[in-house]
Design a protein around this ligand. Structure first.
Ligand SMILES: NC(=O)c1ccc[n+]([C@@H]2O[C@H](COP(=O)([O-])OP(=O)(O)OC[C@H]3O[C@@H](n4cnc5c(N)ncnc54)[C@H](O)[C@@H]3O)[C@@H](O)[C@H]2O)c1
Length: 276
């Protein structure tokens, strides 16, 4: 299928790498015009140039409200409107036990994820409300659903993004604007590869993720997230708002690495034969 975003204009933060770069490419393939924002200017510029006249790159540190405001304003200046805001920028951030987590690293992590998402929602709403339409998509994580799946600050930030999404969806529905978020499990992007060691390559990361996937032999892929973002950005999800859409092969519904479910079912079948 093509043309799923025909006539739409999207802004993507953290668009130089990983899901953001993948979404920029796919959105353009589906007919959108895209404004890419990031702090990795050389790489972001290159990604935009490869997409031709349908894309433009703007330096944007999402912790700076004026830069986020400028990023969304670029959508109107260059392409006439804003239809889709994809709050995607993120980092793993502060690591380690809670008793030793450095406060400055905690604050920086919250700043990028939570304040970045807030500024994105705020300035997207400013431009979307007069047109009474729009779709805001933000990146949470399985760490935004369960504890223990990420570092403390990351987990707190990703839970907050679920909360911002629900709150904003409640307010903006009356203006015809939807807000949703995506919660992926670990996928082979540069961010996750970096956590596997000293910048392990993407293929090695993908193989490691396949081993721990609940879905036998199938790792989570960046395109799984890009497909989810595309659906939420498009009119195909027109009656969906406030949703946390998981792309985790069921990880957060309790099957963890698959073992407990597989063991539990035969156990229950045996119990059933005994008339339980
Ligand atoms: N990869 C995963 O498995 C995974 C899982 C769940 C959620 N996520 C989330 O998905 C989003 C994208 O992650 P990714 O895996 O594609 O990572 P990535 O590192 O490939 O891309 C993240 C991008 O965000 C940019 N960025 C970082 N700080 C920024 C700032 N202050 N302002 C603007 N841009 C900034 C980086 O430069 C980078 O280009 C993040 O929010 C991340 O937390 C990723």
């Amino acid at each position: 299928m093509s043309g799923r975003l025909e006539g739409k204009v999207a802004v993507i933060t953290g668009a130089a790498s990983g899901f953001g770069a993948g979404a920029a490419k796919r959105f353009v393939e589906e007919g959108a015009k895209v404004v890419l924002g990031d702090i990795q200017d050389d790489i972001g510029q290159k990604v935009a140039e490869e997409l031709g006249s349908a894309a433009v790159y703007v330096h944007c540190d999402v912790t700076q409200e004026d830069q986020v405001a400028g990023l969304v304003d670029t959508a109107v200046e260059k392409f006439g409107q804003l239809d889709v805001m994809y709050n995607n920028a993120g980092v793993v951030g502060a690591l380690g036990p809670i008793s030793t987590t450095p406060a400055d690293e905690w604050n920086r992590t919250i700043d990028i994820h939570v304040n970045g998402c807030f500024y994105g929602c705020k300035h997207a709403a400013r431009l979307m409300m007069p047109r009474e339409q729009g779709s805001i998509v933000s990146m949470s994580s399985t760490a935004g659903i369960n504890g223990g799946l990420g570092p403390h600050a990351y987990t707190a930030a990703k839970h907050a993004i679920v909360g911002i999404t629900k709150s904003v969806a409640c307010e903006l529905a009356q203006h015809g604007i939807r807000a949703n978020c995506i919660s992926p499990a670990g996928m082979a992007t540069p961010m996750v590869a970096a956590t596997f060691g000293d910048h392990t390559d993407l293929q090695t990361t993908r193989e490691a993720l396949a081993k721990s996937s609940p879905l036998k032999g199938r790792p989570g892929l960046p395109e799984d997230v890009v497909n989810a973002a595309l659906w939420l950005a498009s009119d195909e999800s027109g009656y969906t708002s406030g949703l946390t859409l998981t792309t985790d092969a069921g990880h957060t519904i309790g099957s963890a690495n698959g073992t407990p479910y597989r063991e539990y079912q035969p156990f229950m079948a045996e119990a059933g034969k005994r008339g339980v």
